[in-house]
Write a protein that binds this ligand. Structure first.
Ligand code: IMP
Length: 153
């Protein structure tokens, strides 16, 4: 389906693939003696999550966000951190589940509207502003399937 928006390529699939591989390498190094649970936040992180887990060189367990109890180290995998409200809420719930540790991995750290203090331990790309679609990111549930990331205007 054609987009009613003007979309501009921001990160090509080649660039995304290379960056995801770097992040996976860094996480694998940091958790070389542990088996972390990668906890994906549906739905936006789904493509990023699948690629990240498959690029990692250590064994890991996977789950998607739900109220379970996690005794191991947890890495929360998000698509975009914008205002920071979503991640803050999720972290609050997660901390009550008693994980050994929690780190945040986000594909995109969007700085424009951030109003909460959040540490993103593993960040794919930092963008200043704009609305992004593709590689899991949607506008009204559309465009998630696009392999590259675009900004729309
Ligand atoms: P926050 O709670 O303001 O940090 O927003 C985070 C959530 O909003 C993300 O998990 C996305 O689902 C959505 N979101 C924020 N910015 C964008 C964007 O540029 N494109 C697509 N989704 C976005």
């Amino acid at each position: 389906m054609d987009s009613p928006f003007k979309k501009e390529l921001l990160y090509s699939r080649i660039i995304i693939q290379a960056r995801v591989k770097e992040l996976a390498g860094q996480i694998s190094k940091d958790y070389s003696d542990r088996e972390p649970i990668l906890l994906g936040v549906l739905k936006g992180a789904v493509f990023f999550f699948a690629d990240l887990v498959r690029e990692m060189t250590i064994s890991s367990r996977i789950d998607f966000i739900r109220a379970a109890s996690y005794g191991s180290p947890v890495i929360l995998v998000e698509d975009i951190v914008d205002t920071g409200l979503t991640v803050t809420k999720i972290l609050k719930i997660l901390k009550e589940q008693g994980p050994e540790s929690i780190k945040v991995c986000a594909l995109i750290d969007k700085l424009e509207r951030r109003n909460m203090d959040i540490v993103i331990d593993y960040c794919g790309f930092q963008v200043k502003e704009g609305f992004l679609i593709g590689y899991g990111l949607d506008y009204n549930e559309q465009y998630r399937y696009l392999p590259d990331i675009y900004t729309i205007r």
